[in-house]
Each structure stands twice: as C-alpha cells, then as structure tokens.
Design a protein around this ligand. Structure first.
Ligand SMILES: Cc1cc2nc3c(=O)[nH]c(=O)nc-3n(C[C@H](O)[C@H](O)[C@H](O)COP(=O)(O)OP(=O)(O)OC[C@H]3O[C@@H](n4cnc5c(N)ncnc54)[C@H](O)[C@@H]3O)c2cc1C
Length: 292
C-alpha cells in the first residue's frame, strides 16, 4: 500500500467515483485526492512518482466511463478554489483547469469577449475541454487557445504556447500530466451581444442533448463529416437497450445508464453499436468516451 506522508488530509482510499461523473457506475478509485493548493498537487504527484502509483486526472467526468471495479491509480480531482480561478485582462481570459466551462463562458460574456459562445451547453471543466478539444461541428476551444500551463510528469510547471499546441477534432496534443490553466485570446464585442449568442447556443445545445433521470454519456465521435447519431440511426439501432443501459430515444449517440445499473451492460451496448454500424456502413466508429 502506498503512503502519502503529510497529505493524509487530502488523500482517500476506495473512493466511489459515481458522484464525480455523469454515469452511475460502481467503480472506486484506489486512491483519490482533492489538493487545495498547487504546492500540495506537486508534492502529491512527486510521491506518486516515487512510489510508482499511476496518476489520472478527473475533471467533470462527462467524458469518462468508469468500467473497472477499482481504478488502480491516484485519481486527482481539482475541485478546490485554487484550481478554479478565472481572470480577464484586455482581450485575454486565463482560467484554471478545474474551473467549469460554463464559468469561463459567463466571464467572457460579462467582459464582452467573443469566441467561446459555441461551447455553451458542453458540460465539464476547462481542463477537460482543452484535453478533448471540446466543441461543435464548426468551432472548438483549441481555436481560441493562446497558451496552456501544465505540470509535467517530472513535476515541472511549463507553459505551452500556441505554436507548440495541436488541436484536432476532439483531440489535443496536451499529453502532460496536469493541465493547470488555459489562456484564451478572444475578440472584443458588445457584452449584451456575447450574452445573447451564448444563451442562444445554450438553448440550441440543450435541445440536442438528452434529458431525463438517467446518467448519460456521449459514445462516439462523428466520422468524416457524418454524425455518429445518423450512422447509429441508419443501422436501425434507435431504441436499443441492454439491461440497464440504453440509447437515448431522441439522441441515440448518448448512452444512458440507470442508477444501480451494470457497467457491463454499458460496455456491451457500446461494443454492440460499434459492431452493428461497422456491419451496416463499413465504418468503425471511434469512441469519444474514455473508458477507465
Ligand atoms: C450531455 C453531454 C453532452 C456533451 N456534449 C459535447 C459537445 O457538444 N461537444 C464536445 O466536444 N463534447 C461533449 N461532451 C463530452 C464532454 O462534455 C467533453 O469532452 C468535456 O469537455 C469533458 O470535460 P470534463 O471536465 O468533464 O472532463 P473529464 O470527462 O473529467 O475528462 C476528460 C479527459 O480530460 C482529462 N482531464 C481532465 N482534467 C484534467 C486536467 N486538469 N489535466 C489533465 N487532464 C485532465 C481526463 O483525464 C480525461 O482524459 C458531452 C458530454 C455529455 C455527457
């Protein structure tokens, strides 16, 4: 068993992860920590490195499906105030990785800075959005990113400037251990107009996302301009269910898992949809959701 000297107040063992994500799954983290300062984070990461404990970062958990009974790692959750500050200066906004994306968008609207409006309605944190290059068909967070501050696996803080960063569809080159903060270069615009655009996008996005009591997760990436949703529908999979896991009726690229439901059902359904779309359209859908 690893020991985290001096960090006992922030480290827990066998922490259930369902409460931190969007799907009700039963898995626990072998170790789980919510550091309160960047110094604590650095010490924690150093102790993990010395003891050979793998580290995983969890943001809002909206793109993670916990499939294992026990995630054999230190799962770090940047929920403390020190990791969610947001500051604006001129046409730049700097947001810490644990800040909610929605808070970044509110700041941009309040400051009259345009660019990020199309991200309205996407759940999760700034770090999660940077890592997955969250966005819509036309826009993504990467297009507005000037620089990203990271904590490397070796425990060093580094700033990656725009020309060192690569953003592609739902992917970024940010493979560092921890995304600490992002700086976004936006366009000055009337604050009322930015607010209107953000609200309109939010309403549109909510209309396209599942509603209901079940936990939900977005399963697959779109394929070369064709939506995963249309491929799933064309394969006749609308309404498919496996035990406690089912495809959302109106948005079939979203998997729902009912409380107390089995993760095995969720994985079986993901695999089934992938296989059926491959058989029907000859297209191997790529998972958007990360399985732990
Ligand atoms: C209802 C719903 C609607 C969605 N709609 C969209 C959409 O329209 N567009 C879209 O792009 N996505 C969408 N998603 C997917 C998801 O919301 C995004 O990928 C989101 O940006 C993930 O952010 P998160 O904070 O929840 O990250 P998490 O799910 O917690 O993590 C995602 C990845 O980021 C890593 N990570 C998190 N924090 C850090 C950190 N501090 N440092 C390093 N790595 C970190 C994790 O290890 C993991 O690899 C949707 C999901 C749901 C459930």
């Amino acid at each position: 068993m690893a020991e985290f000297n001096g960090l006992e107040h922030i480290v827990r063992e066998q922490e259930p992860l369902a409460q931190y994500g969007w799907l009700w799954t039963e898995g626990v983290a072998k170790y789980f920590a919510e550091p309160t300062t960047q110094d604590e984070l650095s010490i924690l990461v150093g102790q993990c490195r010395e003891q050979g404990v793998a580290v995983k970062l969890l943001g809002g958990g909206s793109n993670v499906l916990v499939a294992s009974d026990e995630v054999d790692a230190m799962v770090i959750h940047l929920s403390a105030a020190a990791f969610s500050e947001i500051a604006a200066e001129g046409n730049l906004i700097t947001a810490k990785g644990g800040a909610k994306l929605v808070q970044l968008l509110s700041t941009a609207a309040r400051e009259g800075l345009s660019g990020l409006e199309s991200l309205a309605g996407i759940p999760g944190t700034v770090a999660g959005a940077l890592k997955t290059n969250a966005g819509t068909h036309n826009d993504d967070i990467g297009q507005w990113t000037k620089s990203v501050k990271v904590l490397t696996r070796e425990g060093e803080v580094a700033v990656r400037q725009g020309d060192e960063l690569r953003f592609a569809y739902r992917e970024s080159s940010l493979n560092e251990l921890v995304i600490l903060e992002g700086t976004f270069e936006l366009r000055p615009m009337d604050a009322v107009e930015v607010t209107k655009r953000t609200q309109t996008q939010w309403i549109l996005s909510k209309g396209q996302q599942p509603r209901g009591a079940a936990g939900t997760i977005c399963m697959f990436r779109d394929h070369g301009g064709v939506t995963a949703e249309s491929l799933i529908e064309a394969a006749g999979l609308k309404g498919t269910a496996m035990g406690s896991a089912s495809l959302n009726d109106s948005c079939p690229n979203f998997l729902e898992l009912h409380q107390g439901g089995s993760t095995e059902n969720a994985i079986a359904l993901l695999n089934h949809v992938q296989a059926e779309v491959a058989a029907h359209a000859g297209i191997e859908l790529v998972r958007q959701v990360e399985v732990w």
